[in-house]
Design a protein around this ligand. Structure first.
Ligand code: NAD
Length: 358
């Protein structure tokens, strides 16, 4: 059986750090195991265009492994070419780079390693909120430049205490963000999600649900995006919604780049309506060199906390998603039932509600 993995190139870092399991070099640590069973295992980072390894090998691969960090976009056109494909495994969380409707139609299962990096991302969210609210990046840049002007930084530095923080999506990550924010004594923690939290869970983090999105954003000083990308969330944070944000609000997006309209975000920063934008996800990955969110700034020349997509690929997370990927493939090969929480698309049907209420 042919198993194709599209992973990111690790370069020198991966040859000297074997725990970088999600790289082309370290191959999720499953080559020996797969080959010992007689399978062919193709691993590459080449994913764009007709000559890419992705497009070449998808034609006869039975299992496709991808990661959200260097997404191999499995479009409906490619699904049509993938005559032998039976299983897509996302090594990580978030399978929006797979055309899920095409997978359903063609009987291809889509599984992800649910929960594998949710703490990693939640920690990154809390860090990003703090670095925006406290105006950290310009302060550090000032130090590197050799300058020292406290007032230039302090004029836009605040405490998180007393602010209203809200999450769009209160699933595994969103809920963990709320849990981690509790000791900061925020004025209020809010959430917007079409699935209400169980009463005890909401009470445990003292979070209030707001059912209307515009109403929700208008109450928040800080908004963190933690819902999946699907038809209902593509461009959800756009120029129209941004108008309803409080002036000077901070926005953190570690969910998916395409949930926020990049040009609308850049314009809101430039006009002063948004005070900051941070996160690690981009509408195309790798982000082009001239992507507007690499350099977009607020009116004081700060407010940008963007980094490459790495919040969910800490070494701790890689250990978890590599071993989760192996278990999913092991179950598939041996005909054992998959863990229900990992199944996004079962045979011919959606198994999760997280990608939209279907
Ligand atoms: P989850 O399935 O546990 O939770 C998602 C929540 O979003 C659910 O409660 C769902 O009801 C809610 N939701 C769906 N559509 C919504 C909408 N239109 N409005 C409001 N809420 C909506 O998923 P999770 O583990 O918390 O992960 C969430 C997303 O974070 C993933 O889908 C992925 O895109 C992203 N993620 C990013 C990284 C990273 O490295 N940056 C890593 C892991 C996950």
């Amino acid at each position: 059986m042919k198993i194709l993995a599209i992973l990111y190139k690790g370069g020198n870092a991966a040859t000297s750090e074997p725990r970088l399991l999600g790289t082309v070099e370290n191959q999720l640590g499953i080559r020996k195991w797969l080959e010992s069973q007689g399978h062919e295992y193709i691993v590459s980072d080449s994913k764009e265009g007709a000559d890419s390894d992705f497009q070449k090998h998808i034609a006869d691969a039975e299992i496709l492994i991808t990661t959200p960090f260097h997404p191999g976009y499995l479009t409906a056109d490619l699904v049509a070419k993938a005559k032998k494909l039976k299983l897509c495994v996302t090594a990580g969380v978030g399978s929006d780079h797979i055309d899920l409707n095409a997978a359903v139609k063609n009987g291809i299962q889509v599984l992800e390693v649910s929960g594998s990096n949710v703490v990693s991302v939640a920690e990154h969210v809390v860090m990003s909120i703090l670095l925006l609210v406290r105006n950290f990046v310009p302060a550090h840049e000032m130090i590197e430049r050799g300058d020292w002007m406290v007032s230039d930084i302090a004029r836009n530095a605040f405490d998180l205490e007393g602010k209203v923080v809200g999450t769009i999506g209160a699933g595994r990550i969103g809920y963990r963000v709320l849990q981690r924010l509790m000791p900061f004594d925020c004025k209020e923690l809010l959430y917007f999600d079409y699935a209400p939290l169980p009463e005890a869970a909401a009470k445990a983090v003292n979070a209030r649900r707001v059912e209307d999105l515009k109403d929700f954003v208008s109450q928040c000083d800080v908004i963190t995006v933690n819902c999946p990308l699907h038809e209902g969330t593509l461009g959800l944070v756009n120029a129209d919604l941004l108008k309803h944000f409080k002036k000077g609000a901070w926005l953190v997006n570690t969910a998916r780049g395409a949930i926020c309209d990049k040009d609308a975000v850049a314009a809101a920063l430039a006009s002063g309506h948004l005070n900051g934008y941070a996160g690690d996800v981009w509408n195309v990955q790798p982000a082009p060199k001239d992507h507007v969110l690499r350099t977009a700034k607020n009116t004081l020349g700060g407010g940008n906390g963007m980094v490459p997509h790495y919040s969910g690929t800490t070494l701790d997370a890689q250990a978890r998603y590599a071993s989760g990927t192996k278990s999913i493939i092991e179950n598939y090969l041996s005909g054992k039932a998959q863990e229900p929480q990992n199944i996004i698309v079962g045979i011919g049907k959606f198994e999760t509600k997280a990608y939209g209420q279907r």
